[in-house]
Design a binder for this molecule. Structure first.
Ligand SMILES: Nc1ncnc2c1ncn2[C@@H]1O[C@H](COP(=O)(O)OP(=O)(O)OP(=O)(O)O)[C@@H](O)[C@H]1O
Length: 780
């Protein structure tokens, strides 16, 4: 359709009418916001003048606080209406940029046909109940995403509405002008997607509300599963759907759900910033965003130097493949599995009867309570009491023991010595304490004995304070030894009946124990250690969070997912991932779908599979999908581009020179966001050093918080989840990418490209390329 069509002209007229309404609304809200803001500022300034402040008489105190309360009530009402008006203003300003993007004509059974226009927020006709624009999340809007013209229905809170849809129309509107308009028979027509997907990549993710696809809509509007699992090909819109889902849930449950009750787990901090603009763009507040590592650091970072997943993967990729390396890989696999989870659970049951480890309570080199005594006491408690509750009982008992010990020390020579060393300030403190105790009765120390006793108590109490805190925080339970004894006492593993232990269990044990004794912890040990700690000392859980969204879920081990479930007992979970991008050495939760469905049971779980890939051109998808098992299932979106180019060069120097030259010409051709993707951080640093002299290239590290347009040098594992106009793979040779374990890493790197993909290879190209169809790429 073009602008000469009658339908186009009518629609254009309507857009202008709606745009006028929006502008009118904006003007009104702007003056309202200014007035309210002035009011609030004025009230803040005059706050103390408006209230009677008189604290001299008892009666006046009451009066003053009532007055204060009333005044602050007025202030907070005004502040609330200021917030309300500013939010409405923000919404109108967003609508002004593009009032709507879709239209459906729908006639309810027995009713009249109505044109429904969809935008990112709703707009009511002034003084009327009629919607000029419906929010894309309203129940009726589902027809736009889910239905095709013909008989159609949608769900409302009061039941299903049946009817007929006679038209589905899509728009691209900039301000008050229609730029594009299509009628479509299918769900959302290709033309519009073509438009959206051919744009340049951005340093920030965009919302996709205007072109949400049917399958994605199922993810967004799913409101019944406790566990929603999405397995989706690279670029199939998992992250996009997850963010629109958050916006949808916030809208649907606006009365009882707020953004703080939703949490998104991202693969790294840079990804957090990449997605952080989508919700504000939709007029919603951002949910909480974090990384799993951030949580682990929060819990154990003070006790151990924790390895992060990037150090682990760097080791796995660059390791020298000696015996130690093999044991480490074997350890990573085992410790992330459900087998190990089961082992830790059995170990906990075993500990209920014996084997608990405690640290003695020692004071100035003297044992107050020794470890054996604590253990005896522990196993004297009723065995039906949980480990955690027994630890609590121990704590109470130990605090009493400590108090008795304190008393016994009052006449000890060290106390006397300390008293001699007290200064005037300490005396003052002791005096205050005595007055408090005697309720102000005495005004001085009664006699020397009194004084000595009070000072003695103070000295002892001060000195015992850290020890009391130590006991209160249950530090007397030696969780570290509890964890390591599982590894360095093979008889325990035997007693637990752990049959599926890896063959090199002893070597794994040695590595684990050495590391922990050095005050450090392997990434694969952190979650199991924390889990054991919680089994023994009691669980931390967060009951405020109602929705947990886990992006790049394939990176999580069954152990970690199980842990997250326990951490958020009242939440629903959305886990989105792609098994083909499982780049870590550990077991992935997506490996066996039962791992995830078992978490909450099949009845409460739903699996949605996304096969269509939107990010890359058809040529890039045709090339990359051949690298992985099951790739034939992936459907490219119909967007054309150049075939991927595989540049085979003699040596590294030639490769470096070629990349530099290409980068310059790609920039000149208008590619704004370009990534040179390397295998490791180590390699990225070298490439950056090589390129930075000739070009403004930025090195992306695991600590990088955000990225902008330009040229980036980035290790493949950090490029997860993000995308670039052009991707240059640094050294896609068979030397660099050859192990089976590197296949998914290579695939992940190549699938970051939207429009152009070049692979540079010093020597023979990787078998992941040559084993595939030679017609899928151009070799030069
Ligand atoms: N319905 C859609 N309309 C417009 N663009 C879309 C749609 N679905 C996905 N896209 C675009 O496709 C690209 C890939 O989306 P996204 O990053 O959400 O995919 P993903 O499945 O999370 O990818 P990966 O697993 O590779 O990280 C993004 O640019 C996104 O905007």
């Amino acid at each position: 359709m073009d602008r000469t069509d009658k339908a186009w002209q009518e629609e254009q007229k309507r857009v202008e009418y709606v745009a006028d309404q929006i502008e009118k609304r904006i003007r009104r809200l702007e003056s309202e916001v200014t007035v309210v803001r002035e009011d609030v500022v004025g009230m803040r300034r005059d706050f103390w003048d408006e209230v009677t402040v008189n604290f001299s008489e008892a009666d006046d105190v009451g009066e003053t606080s009532t007055s204060l309360r009333q005044q602050s009530q007025v202030l907070s009402d005004r502040e609330r209406s200021h917030l309300h008006a500013s939010a409405a203003l923000g919404k109108m300003k967003r609508l002004k940029q593009s009032p709507y993007f879709g239209r459906i004509d729908f006639a309810e059974e027995g009713g009249e046909e109505e044109a429904i226009y969809l935008g990112i927020a709703s707009l009511l006709e002034e003084g009327d109940e009629e919607f000029l624009v419906y929010d894309w999340r309203a129940p009726i809007s589902n027809l736009y995403y889910d239905g095709v013209p013909g008989p159609a229905s949608y769900m409302t809170p009061s039941g299903q509405i049946e009817g007929t849809m006679s038209l589905k129309r899509q728009f691209v509107i900039h301000g008050r002008v229609i730029k594009l308009m299509f009628d479509t028979g299918v769900t959302i027509g290709d033309e519009m997607l073509q438009q959206v997907l051919s744009r340049s990549s951005d340093a920030q993710m965009k919302s996709i509300v205007a072109t949400i696809q049917k399958e994605q809509n199922r993810i967004i509007r799913n409101d019944h599963s406790r566990m929603l699992i999405v397995q989706g090909a690279a670029g199939s819109g998992k992250t996009s759907a997850a963010l629109q889902r958050v916006a949808y849930l916030l809208y649907k449950h606006r009365e009882r759900l707020n953004a703080d009750q939703m949490i998104l787990f991202s693969p790294n901090p840079m990804f957090n910033s990449y997605v952080s603009t989508v919700l504000p763009e939709l007029g919603e507040e951002n949910m909480q965003q974090t990384t799993f590592q951030e949580y682990l650091e929060h819990r154990l970072g003070r006790e151990f130097q924790l390895e992060d997943p990037f150090v682990q993967i760097e080791y796995v990729l660059t390791g020298t493949e000696d015996e130690d390396y093999k044991h480490r890989i074997s350890g990573i696999r085992y410790k992330s599995s459900s087998l190990y989870l089961d082992a830790v659970n059995r170990y906990k049951q075993w500990l209920e009867k014996k084997g608990m480890k405690f640290r003695p309570i020692r004071f100035q080199g003297q044992t107050v309570v020794d470890a054996e005594e604590i253990a005896r006491k522990f196993y004297d408690y009723d065995p039906a009491i949980t480990l955690a509750n027994r630890c609590e009982l121990l704590k109470e008992w130990l605090l009493k023991e400590l108090a008795a010990f304190g008393k016994s020390q009052l006449d000890a020579p060290w106390v006397e010595e300390q008293i001699q060393l007290l200064d005037a300030e300490d005396y003052q403190r002791a005096y205050q304490r005595m007055r408090r105790k005697q309720r102000g009765a005495g005004t001085s120390f009664n006699d020397y004995e009194d004084e000595k006793e009070i000072l003695g108590r103070m000295v002892v109490s001060d000195r015992l304070k850290p020890l009391r805190r130590w006991v209160k925080t249950l530090r007397f339970v030696d969780v570290t030894t509890l964890y390591t004894q599982l590894f360095d006492h093979p008889e325990i593993a035997a007693e637990l009946g752990l049959e599926d232990l890896p063959e090199d269990w002893r070597e794994i044990g040695r590595q684990t124990v050495d590391k922990i004794r050095a005050g450090e912890m392997f990434y694969e040990d952190i979650t199991p250690f924390l889990y054991l700690k919680e089994l023994v000392l009691g669980f931390h859980s967060n009951t405020d969070i109602r929705h947990v969204i886990i992006d790049e879920a394939q990176d999580y081990s069954p152990f970690q997912l199980f842990f997250l479930k326990r951490l958020f007992p009242r939440a629903r979970m959305t886990a989105l991932g792609d098994l083909n991008q499982a780049i870590y050495a550990h077991a992935s939760v997506l490996q066996q779908s039962a791992t995830l469905t078992d978490l909450y049971g099949t009845a409460e779980s739903e699996l949605i599979v996304l096969k269509q890939s939107y990010r890359s051109t058809r040529e890039i998808v045709e090339f990359t999908k051949r690298m992985i098992a099951g790739g034939e299932e992936i459907v490219p979106f119909n967007r054309e581009g150049e075939k991927p180019l595989v540049r085979v060069l003699q040596n590294r120097e030639d490769m470096d020179r070629e990349i530099q030259r290409d980068l310059l010409s790609l920039r000149a051709d208008g590619y704004e966001t370009i990534a040179v993707i390397c295998k490791t951080a180590e390699q990225s640093e070298q490439v950056h050093e090589m390129l930075a002299q000739a070009l403004p290239a930025k090195l992306i590290k695991k600590t990088t918080l955000s990225f902008e347009k330009g040229i980036h040098i980035i290790p493949a594992y950090l490029a997860k989840g993000v995308e670039f106009d052009a991707v240059l793979i640094y050294d896609g040779s068979n030397r660099n990418y050859t192990k089976e374990a590197e296949r998914k890493l290579f695939y992940t790197a190549c699938t970051r490209a939207m429009h152009l993909l070049h692979v540079y290879s010093a020597g023979e190209p990787s078998r992941f390329i040559t084993e595939s169809d030679p017609s899928a790429y151009i070799q030069a």
